[in-house]
Design a protein. Structure first.
Length: 108
């Protein structure tokens, strides 16, 4: 998956929109709920890598980090409730979509 595919997938979820919340930052994108304006995904570049932050069930977060080398504690967010997925060629797109869906539901 790449940034465009992630954004397109997020926009398939009901009542969502893309936002660029950081002034003078044209790379970072948040995906938000239309009704409550809460983020369910943050896409950004960190040290030349594409990062996707998603909210996860706190009981599930640590398991994800142990199972997938491309899932780490969230960059600049609450590490108990948020994880970062480092978007690389070897990621499982199904897992990424599943975690986006979970984040979407948790932030409603």
């Amino acid at each position: 998956m790449d940034k465009k595919e992630i954004i397109e997938y997020c926009l398939t979820l009901p009542q969502t929109f893309k936002d660029q919340p950081f002034r003078d930052d044209y790379i970072s994108v948040t995906m938000k709920h239309l009704n409550n304006k809460k983020w369910f995904a943050l896409i950004m570049e960190v040290n030349g890598e594409l990062y996707l932050n998603v909210k996860t069930d706190s009981m599930y977060s640590e398991l994800l980090r142990k199972k997938y080398d491309y899932i780490i504690p969230a960059y600049h967010m609450n590490k108990q409730h948020w994880n970062t997925i480092i978007i690389r060629k070897n990621i499982d797109a199904g897992v990424v979509r599943e975690l986006i869906n979970q984040s979407y539901e948790l932030t409603k």
